[in-house]
Design a protein around this ligand. Structure first.
Ligand SMILES: [Zn+2]
Length: 235
């Protein structure tokens, strides 16, 4: 899956949206999304050119798979930290100005870094960035009171399955909070059943029972309490 829109990237920073290199001569896109046509010294992406065939994520995967090579090796700092640089990408996302859908796009842009080609220790080093971006998403979710945007996120996830499950729990729950209707609780159950296996069987059965008894306040109450971290919290 590729996110083609650049519009939710801030134009304030001279940071590459592909590799996070922060030594560009100017921001890669201006406020009207006009590209700079600069070539990134690090990953070699040309803003305004390479996106014809490659989008950021695809190019990034290829660059990582090919060994994190610098296009201008003379610019590579001696103590270069690839992961620290990659985490610069989140600085490009002006979360304060985003709605929940744009925040979702920003999140996926980062989550979709293909960790298949990244050393296991490096994946671990990326965790603080994942956490940071998840926290921002959670705040945006609480602020959002437009059910339509949440339904879009749910429908997109049904097609692509690319959202972290823990965050999808919260998306369904926010929707139920805004619209405590039977169909939304049922949607949540349909999501939970395949992703959770037996983990939330008890909650699923209780919700189904309440719905069968036409006790929506109870079903909603249970739905809002389904805790993704329940097993971690027990430890
Ligand atoms: Zn780059």
């Amino acid at each position: 899956m590729n996110i083609k829109h650049k519009s939710h990237f801030t134009t304030l920073y001279n940071i590459c949206p592909v590799c996070g290199y922060d030594g560009l001569d100017e921001p890669p896109y201006d406020i009207d999304e006009v590209p700079s046509y600069e070539i990134c010294s690090c990953c070699g992406f040309e803003y305004g050119f390479d996106e014809e065939g490659y989008y950021f994520e695809e190019y990034r995967d290829k660059w990582i798979k090919d060994g994190w090579k610098w296009s201008s090796p003379d610019k590579k700092p001696d103590n270069w930290d690839n992961i620290k640089q990659l985490c610069n990408i989140i600085k490009l996302m002006p979360f304060d100005k985003m709605n929940i859908l744009q925040a979702r796009d920003g999140l996926l842009r980062f989550y979709n870094v293909n960790t298949l080609f990244i050393d296991r220790n490096d994946v671990k080093r990326m965790e603080p960035c994942y956490l940071h971006i998840s926290e921002v998403f959670k705040v945006k979710l609480k602020e959002n009171d437009d059910p339509k945007l949440l339904i879009t996120i749910i429908e997109d996830d049904k097609k692509r399955y690319d959202m972290p499950i823990s965050l999808m729990f919260l998306v369904y729950q926010r929707l139920i909070e805004l619209q405590p209707q039977k169909e939304n609780v049922l949607e949540f159950i349909y999501y939970l059943e395949p992703v959770s296996g037996p983990d939330w069987e008890e909650e699923i059965d209780a919700m189904k029972k309440s719905i069968a008894e036409d006790n929506m306040p109870e079903a909603v109450g249970i739905a809002l309490k389904v805790d993704y971290n329940k097993y971690q919290n027990c430890e």
